[in-house]
Design a protein around this ligand. Structure first.
Ligand code: RUQ
Ligand code: CUA
Ligand code: CA
Length: 610
């Protein structure tokens, strides 16, 4: 029997798609294995990119390798984290700062990287806390949050952006509107501000008043404008009244004009920050009407256009980033939220309702050519943000795109009613997009940004340079500094604490300065103290000072939480808390036990009169 050649071809295609190798060895690899190869980073090899994903209500930043999707680190920012010894103790300065500025949790949405000459330089990353109106900075040489500030006159710090090309400011949008004068008795419509923060000093510079729930931010590549979407031009206070108008706006702030007005003293100072009222300072604010309850705004890598996603309209609005005129408003699909870019003139927009990424050609959309839609791909499911590697810079790499999906539904084995978030890696190097792999994350990344490993890796430190006040080996001490205060200077090295025993008294405040004197990367020691809510992790070269209450009388074994050597389990020591009335001293204990404890010379007896 003679088979029709088309049937043969169809049969082959089906077989190939099903992963069956119908050709001779090597000739046909299934689509699966091709995809797997694109994201496979063999053990011992490194990822090409660092991905920084906001941790959402985890209050942190997730560091993920791309293309592998491996979770490499979590950087705690707004939430204490025992595993990293972050902000654990009540007396910890960082913890106190968090408590006094809103609380021990955060809702991080938008990681942004520092830029020099329009390129990511790998120095800093900023991240917002939407809930409590805070902005944090992470040093990328140590992957550590180094500054956190509360933004005054604003609630709901949502979209943030770096002012290109040299990180002149960090822009922070206040989403939740407030009475103009901060007084709840003011019946006038609520309003909010866009805040401009000095990135180096992490200090407020000025704010510009904008009405209407300011949402997502980006800036023009020449640093002239900041763009923010505004979805409640109605200034409604409930959902129904927020969706009345067909068009809300993109708010464009002319940064040089705002600086000039501030310099001329036109700001009304509130809580120490000058606020510009655009009604009184002409030319500072332009409202560009866009449909409808828009969400994301993203500037193209060449700086020509700002693209606002319609959310409740199936369109994106393409705005000339220099003249602020709308040049096109193409339809892309249902629920457009955010847009990112490759290096070949294409935009990729996330479609929340369609659960798709749509790829469209920018020039074709601008000139009104009908075939501007290039491709669509299904994602799983209900995508929020998406980011192509480098898509938020002037030099996209054009190879991978991350889809940050809100719902994972059937994608992982069920783990109770609460399922993980689903991140998908998409190959965008060809005309058609290809879904390569997915990985789950804890709740809940909103946005991501990427930097090439070749740029950042050389900047990352191996160890901490010991600070001037670091405890040096041989200079450990236990000193009574007051009637109810003891200071302990301690060093850590494989696999011992020095001193490995010290004695305090019920009612004492204990201040410990602890230095890890290791000089080898990754040689971390922990200091965990049972029943004192205390665990700190000390990377090599790091010094940490903690103050805590001695607590109830007893023997407390502090121990190392980070597996460091074959004698890791033996790496422990004692804090002995004597009852108030006791006259026994540590010296007596050691004599009684006949041990050669690390008894630091000059340990004063706590039996002395107080
Ligand atoms: S927002 S998708 Cu901050 Cu788009 Cu979350
Ligand atoms: Cu030090 Cu384990
Ligand atoms: Ca609206």
């Amino acid at each position: 029997m003679k088979r029709h050649p088309l049937i043969l071809i169809a049969a082959t295609v089906v077989a190939t798609l099903a992963g069956v190798h119908t050709f001779g060895c090597g000739a046909a690899r299934s689509a699966r294995s091709l995809a797997a190869e694109k994201v496979y980073v063999p053990p011992g090899e490194l990822d090409k990119y660092y991905g920084f994903l906001s941790g959402g209500q985890s209050g942190s930043v997730f560091v993920v390798g791309v293309p592998s999707g491996r979770l490499i680190r979590e950087i705690p920012v707004f939430e204490p984290r025992a595993a990293y010894g972050y902000a654990m103790l009540e007396t910890d300065a960082r913890r106190q700062l968090l408590e006094s500025t809103g609380g021990l949790w955060g809702d991080t949405h938008h990681p942004v990287l520092s830029e020099k000459n329009g390129l990511f330089d790998g120095e800093y990353l900023w991240i917002n806390d939407l809930a409590n109106g805070r902005l944090a900075r992470v040093r990328l040489d140590y992957f550590e949050a180094d500054r956190i500030i509360k933004i005054p006159n604003l609630q709901g710090a949502h979209g943030i952006a770096v002012v290109s090309p040299d990180t002149k400011y960090i822009v922070v949008n206040g989403e939740f509107e407030q009475p103009t004068d901060g007084l709840v008795t003011n019946p006038a419509p609520y309003t909010s501000v866009v805040a401009f923060v000095d990135p180096e000093a992490m200090e407020m510079k000025f704010e510009v008043r904008v009405n209407g729930n300011i949402d997502i931010a980006d800036t023009s590549k020449d640093g002239h404008y900041s763009f923010s979407t505004v979805y409640n031009l109605e200034q409604g206070r409930d959902m129904g009244s927020m969706i009345q108008y067909d068009r809300d706006a993109v708010a464009a702030i002319d940064i040089p004009a705002a600086e000039k007005a501030i310099a001329a003293g036109k700001g009304d100072v509130r809580n120490g920050v000058p606020i510009l009222d655009p009604e009184k300072s002409e030319g500072v604010l332009t409202l560009i009407p866009v449909p409808k309850n828009p969400h994301g705004v993203n500037v193209t890598p060449d700086g020509r256009y700002a693209i606002a996603a319609g959310k409740l309209s199936p369109t994106v609005t393409i705005i000339d980033a220099h003249t602020l005129k709308i040049v096109a408003e193409p339809e892309v699909g249902l629920g457009p939220l955010h847009t990112t870019f490759d290096n070949r003139g294409n935009a990729f927009t996330s479609l929340f309702l369609d659960s798709q990424v749509v790829k469209w050609n920018i020039d074709k959309a601008v000139t009104g050519t009908s075939d501007y839609i290039v491709d669509r791909i299904n994602v799983h499911y209900n995508i929020g943000h998406l980011q192509a590697v480098g898509g938020d810079s002037m030099h996209p790499y054009g190879d991978y795109l991350l889809a940050l999906n809100k719902l994972s539904k059937d994608q992982y084995v069920p783990v109770g009613p609460d399922l993980p978030e689903n991140q998908e890696i998409i190959d965008i190097s060809g005309e058609k997009m290809k879904l390569l792999a997915s990985f789950p994350t804890p709740p809940e990344p909103h946005d991501a940004t990427f930097i090439a490993a070749s740029v950042l890796k050389p900047l990352v430190h191996q160890t901490y340079t010991p600070s001037a006040d670091a405890v040096q080996a041989g200079h450990e001490s236990v000193v009574r500094t007051g009637p109810h205060a003891v200071s302990v200077d301690m060093t850590l090295i494989r696999s011992a604490y020095t001193p490995d025993a010290f004695e305090v008294r019920e009612g004492d405040q204990v201040t410990m300065k602890i230095t890890n004197v290791e000089t080898i990367r990754d040689m971390i020691h922990g200091f965990a103290l049972p029943d004192h809510n205390l665990n700190i992790a000390l990377p090599p070269g790091y010094t940490k000072t903690v103050t805590f209450d001695a607590g109830k009388p007893g023997v407390y074994w502090f121990y190392c939480t980070n597996f460091c050597s074959a004698l890791h389990l033996e790496m422990r020591g004692r804090m002995v808390v004597q009852p108030k009335a006791s006259t026994v001293t540590l010296t007596d204990w050691h004599a009684a036990e006949n041990v050669k404890g690390q008894l630091v010379p000059g340990v004063p007896s706590t039996g002395d009169k107080r």
